[in-house]
Design a protein. Structure first.
Length: 425
């Protein structure tokens, strides 16, 4: 029997691969288990809500999954009947209505909106850990020292919000030529004030931001204790690893877009290791290649458990292309032998799988891809493209793959309240 940690923290672990390394299959299953996509009960996550539950009733289950990942990435595209944040929650909570995700951010919410992994909704307890980013974004990363160059307009906007209350992004004056980079100046200033922490997003109405003063949105308890960078990195790295299960340093850093902090990241990981929170762990591929990474000590026994699991591969679930399990394409290729592609920004003629291609997860394998378009007028989902992975490469039969896709489409259709498409053939 092997143990990890000092006398005060000894974790019995009889499955010794986590000490010397994880197999690819175990690392993949661990990632899915921590993400709430494989036997959620193993890690204390809910697996379903009542299809009749309202947004308020399903809120605790949704928050539990956001807490686990540490963030819920936002995206505007709703061509498949829901935006990414709703799809992510519906993929983890059977019975969840994707539209309920649109109501998650409210003035009394346990979430706040900020630059986490891109623009995201994050648990409010992480607000102190982003003090370093708010300070750095006093000079906006895209638009430069906008607040200094337009200080008079910035002060006027803050005072207007102070006097009049929350201001929707759509109500900001000015002209725009369209597109994010051509935002009207007033919207750029509002975004810069939010990025630097002077304003906050109070709520989303029709997915449009409503800006308000930070002190009227973020609780005083969160604002009163900003963390130093070293403490912030330890908090964020541990939270990222809790969501991933096993991960390389680069994946952990990319989770929060931590750039130009190589020495600081190494120091934070070393401190977490010395505290008995994380442990170095290699990934051992079938070809003998080894990749250095990390695992939480608290997940060692789970790694052994998932290695013995026998997941079903005939019941699929559709994943958002922005799912926390999928955004790191190199990691997806390494763990699942799956070439994840995001083709939204490609010209139609160059797309291989479709505009909004959603991978289909069945058990511990990514077995197919579907491209869907919602037709609200007809009350149905249109299946624009379907591609199966080679059955041999994902350890399934063609019949299992078809059954998994059919199940995934029915479940997804219910979550967006549309009729499921019929598979060809």
């Amino acid at each position: 029997m092997l143990f990890v940690g000092g006398p005060a923290r000894r974790h019995a672990f009889v499955h010794d691969e986590s000490m010397e390394g994880l197999t690819t299959r175990t690392a993949a299953r661990l990632a899915l288990a921590r993400a709430g996509l494989l036997n959620p009960a193993w890690t204390g996550l809910p697996a379903r809500v009542s299809p009749r539950a309202g947004a308020a009733s399903s809120l605790p289950a949704a928050l539990a999954h956001i807490e686990r990942a540490g963030y819920l990435q936002l995206d505007t595209v709703a061509v498949a009947g829901a935006r990414s944040h709703g799809i992510v929650l519906a993929s983890r909570l059977e019975g969840y209505r994707a539209a309920h995700a649109e109501t998650l951010l409210t003035p009394d919410s346990a979430l706040f909106e900020y630059w986490g992994h891109e623009a995201s909704w994050l648990p409010i307890e992480l607000y102190p850990a982003f003090a370093f980013r708010r300070a750095a974004f006093a000079v906006h990363p895209w638009w430069g020292d906008l607040l200094e160059e337009h200080s008079q307009q910035a002060r006027a906007l803050v005072e207007r919000i102070r006097a009049e209350g929350p201001l929707r992004s759509a109500d900001l004056e000015g002209s725009s030529r369209g597109g994010f980079w051509n935002l009207k100046l007033s919207k750029k200033i509002a975004t810069a004030l939010w990025s630097s922490g002077e304003l906050a997003i109070r709520e989303r109405r029709g997915f449009l931001r409503a800006y308000d003063l930070c002190e009227r949105v973020i609780p005083a308890r969160a604002r009163a204790r900003p963390l130093p960078l070293a403490d912030s990195l330890r908090v964020l790295l541990e939270r990222a690893l809790a969501g991933h299960g096993w991960a390389t340093t680069s994946t952990l850093a990319a989770t929060w877009r931590l750039r130009n902090l190589r020495a600081e990241l190494a120091a934070a990981l070393s401190e977490l290791r010395e505290a008995g929170v994380i442990h170095p762990c290699e990934l051992r591929a079938d070809d003998g290649q080894r990749t250095r990474g990390w695992i939480r000590v608290a997940d060692l026994e789970l790694a052994a458990r998932v290695g013995r699991a026998r997941p079903r591969r005939d019941r699929g679930v559709l994943l958002s292309p922005f799912d926390p399990v999928l955004w790191d394409r190199g990691r997806v290729a390494q763990l699942f032998a799956f070439d994840q592609k995001l083709e939204i920004f490609k010209p139609p003629a160059t797309r291989v799988y479709g505009y909004y291609c959603m991978p289909v997860l069945a058990g511990d394998q990514l077995v197919a891809r579907v491209d869907l378009k919602a037709d609200r007028r007809a009350g149905a989902l249109e299946l624009r493209a379907l591609h199966y992975e080679p059955p041999a490469s994902c350890g399934t039969t063609a019949a299992e793959q078809r059954a998994a896709v059919e199940h995934g489409l029915r479940r997804y259709a219910a979550s967006v309240e549309l009729r499921a498409p019929t598979l060809p053939g």
